[in-house]
Write a protein that binds this ligand. Sequence first.
Ligand code: SAM
Ligand code: SF4
Length: 326
Amino acid sequence: MTDGFGRRIDYLRISVTDRCDLRCRYCMAEKMTFLPRNAILTLDEIGIIADRFIARGVRKIRLSGGEPLVRRDFGDLARRIGRHIGHGLDELTLTTNGTHLAEHAEALYESGVRRINVSLDTIDPKTFSFITRGGDITKVFAGLSAARDAGLAVKINMVALKDLNDDSFLPMLEWCNAHGHDLTLIETMPLGEIDEDRVDRFLPLSYALQQIRAQYDVSPIPYRTGGPARYFSIEGMQVRLGLITPLTENFCAGCNRMRLTCQGRIYMCLGHEDHIDLKAAFREGGIEAIDGLLDRALASKPLAHDFRIGTDSSASTARHMSVTGG
Ligand code: SAM
Ligand code: SF4
């Protein structure tokens, strides 16, 4: 599949639920209103749509949310999609907060998953509880051990947050290195209304890199995982450091992805409101309806997002990351 700008689109992210057991301050409001259950795709519908997308050329799928592991029968979906690995699909991955990973790690491996992203913005239990509004970091640590025992490679995702974890980049890097995880730092994006002013939390990743460079030699490396991160090696360490900089260094020219939300919409860009409602068409017209809408979606993919932060504090899109799937 190719979009109107000649970019090859072969990466699909699926948000399997907008619900979550945590309430990270930069992601959600404390009192979130979640979608009613009949507004979201059933797991069977997600499976059928994923089959069709793979037949059209999707080579990599990431399951996300909300918290994907809180959706009942999540394992059935992973198994179903995992059957395509080696038959059209190159990779099935997952982004999770890790709180329920201990129960799922082995089954994920058996479904063909080999690499997962676990979001962890700090390794300090109190700060973790503050950022997530009550989360228990010991559950994440248990999940990480289970992932290692099951044979899953783990990349830690850490969102850089001013005054919350801006003194933690070096400790996190060293901790990841000691535990055999890669680390990706992410700039916070203006997605959905939260209870804080995003400008107060925004931190350009140049700041984090400067802190790390004060201690270690950092060199760019050509490693890529199919996403927007640029990678670096750190002198004397195994850990690969990734930087995702949607605000300060645009990477849209290499974008290869589209997103299916839990309510069955296709978004061709995280930073735009334009979408195509696949659910309604699919429920009326069945599988045949998917192809035509997919072609329309490809033609409508914008050249770049238009995130801004700092000029005003409002969200660029009304959708939270948890609906679209991070
Ligand atoms: N609940 C899972 C988790 O936290 O990994 C998966 C969904 S979460 C929305 C996916 C990723 O998006 C996480 O790494 C999270 O830190 C990140 N995220 C959420 N809101 C964000 C925002 N406004 N800007 C940047 N990253 C965000
Ligand atoms: Fe939940 Fe993930 Fe959002 Fe945190 S970042 S509130 S874990 S969906």
